[in-house]
Design a protein around this ligand. Structure first.
Ligand SMILES: [Zn+2]
Ligand SMILES: [Zn+2]
Length: 203
């Protein structure tokens, strides 16, 4: 495992800027991995699955340290809006959830009262605060299904409505038909009507 400073230098490059979220994410991942007894995340890459609960800065740093990525199915994004992550060791079956403590923000401000703003105070404070002041750590159990694991797709079906392929059991069965989630009534988009398209409809 690299040091906080080494990860921070890398994070600044890959994330595009340095911010409190990067420090939080790096430390969150380092704590999670250490708690699982994993010292070398590069070596442990194949046995590690990480769940992140927010699509903000810290998640990039968690991905950087763990090596877990969406495209590898080793990073799972759950839209809970919380700066928290759960690290699962597939080899031992152990898992820990690390959540950023809300009161760390106030502590950061108190530690660096002369900082230009809250973000600057957090950036400095999060580098030096104790783990116990920054995070809550819990041993947890995560039930992973075979179709959630990395590797080749476990199944692939064709949606009876739109004809698109659906991998890994994400299909729905509605009245004897096999449908993708969109066609089964869970769409996240609406197709524009011809008129809307012609009128240059924009979000
Ligand atoms: Zn950021
Ligand atoms: Zn469909």
């Amino acid at each position: 495992m690299k040091t906080l400073e080494e990860y921070a230098a890398l994070a600044g490059q890959t994330h595009g800027h340095m911010c409190p979220g990067q420090i939080l994410g790096i430390r969150m991942a380092m704590l999670g991995l250490r708690s699982l007894g994993i010292d070398d995340p590069v070596k442990a890459r194949k046995r590690l699955i990480t769940f992140v609960e927010i699509d903000r800065c810290a998640t990039d740093a968690v991905s950087l340290v763990t090596g877990c990525r969406l495209g590898k199915r080793s990073l799972k994004f759950l839209d809970y809006g919380k700066v928290a992550a759960t690290f699962v060791d597939l080899q031992t079956g152990q898992a820990v959830r690390v959540a950023a403590r809300d009161d760390a923000r106030a502590k950061a401000k108190a530690m660096f009262p002369a900082a230009a703003d809250a973000s600057q105070a957090q950036l400095e404070a999060y580098k030096v605060m104790e783990n116990a002041d920054l995070f809550d750590l819990l041993a947890v159990r995560v039930k992973l299904k075979p179709e959630d694991l990395p590797g080749r797709p476990r199944s692939r079906v064709t949606c009876a409505e739109c004809g698109e392929g659906v991998n890994d059991g994400r299909e729905r069965h509605v009245a004897d038909r096999t449908l993708c989630r969109s066609c089964a009534g869970e769409p996240y988009y609406e197709v524009l009507t011809r008129d809307e398209e012609d009128s240059g409809f924009r979000i």
